[in-house]
Design a protein around this ligand. Sequence first.
Ligand code: SF4
Length: 443
Amino acid sequence: MKNIIKKKANVFIKTYGCSANQADSLYMKRRLEEAGYEISNYENSDVVIINSCTVKNNAETKLFRALRNAKESKKKVIAAGCVVDAEKGLVNDNRLKDVSIIGTRNLDDIVRSVDEIIAGKRTVFWNGTKKDFHKLNYNMFNKTISIVPIAEGCLGNCSYCKTKQARGVLQSYPKKDIICQIETFLREGAKEIWLTSQDLANYGFDIRESFIELMKDIDELNGEFWVRLGMSNPNHLLRIVDDFNEVIADSKHFFRFLHIPVQSGSDMVLKMMNRGYSANDFLTLFKRIKNKIPAVSLATDVIVGFPHETEEDFKKSVELIKEIKPDVINISRFWARPGTRAATMEQLKPEVGIERAKILKDVFNEIVKDRNKDWVGWKGKALIDEKGKLKTMKARNLWYKQLIIPNEDIEKKLRIVSDESIGHWINVEIVGVSGYSLIARII
Ligand code: SF4
């Protein structure tokens, strides 16, 4: 329960990156609100927190640009997130001399950090061991979506990865705390829960818990809600795939949607990436899931232009994508993060990555066009979960397909203002395709 003391100052939080980072921002927001701070827009803020991400290219450049802008507007600034954790030298970097720093495992110090910077004192809370797992207490992403981190860090050691340097070795949260957090969100009105971590499938290794048992316990919770699974790496998921399929196939609550990053279709490249599986392992995993849950939606990630990736290697990635026909693909051009092993390898010319990313995107666009056409005419249940663009709302069906519904249709059929429709369960018919989305009407 919020215990507002009094408004002390306005704080703006800028979040970059994945749902783990978004969850961290929501955690800071809740802590600050409880301490009497107001979370505001940028213009009205006294303090700006920049929660950075190292996954996308030029993360550091983005961080410094945001810091410079905030400082020019005479705002007090706190740098947070994976960039400050992964780039150890930044703590003493002259450019950050009047910027406070807070690491991803020091978020419990956020109120002190803001108190101090308002009083004119720079603080560095960094290199902590973990968040206070027993006080998971996040805000909801919106009226219906809430993000529940189940672990921090991972068991991988991928040669290109900076996130590992920021988030560290796997630290799973106790199962009972996760369940308790979900129950709290459900009481607060959540209908869509996003489970997140760097690799869901390795949940529990460190604390003698099991991801399968966690899923079963979640699925037994009462209420009408759906759960989205975040990223699971192929090697760990393959180990538990039969039990995993059993839970998902008969589940009341889990979206039939998986995010399994393959990264490359070439065994040579996967080895250089130190991913711990082969392209064939990934295909085996994919086929075993497809056999049990034929209509499952799949998201995957591919890095193109990795050091030493030949034309032949790249073709293997293209062939693999053509074979699995994913519903969503995140294509990244390789970019060497300083301090990683991949950065010391012989790099390809940037144009190679640009060209390959374009080819793969074109391949995917054809796939998604075909896959989406198959959905036209489908009728069933969906949940309105976000505001869309241009007078529309977004909804999801059980396969986590994004459905676009015109506000006009919502207002006419549900007789409510479209903004208030978030969290409504509806029955829809898919009537068309627009880019990567499906157009639906309420029936
Ligand atoms: S699994 Fe690999 S890419 Fe993912 S966070 Fe861990 S080291 Fe990084």
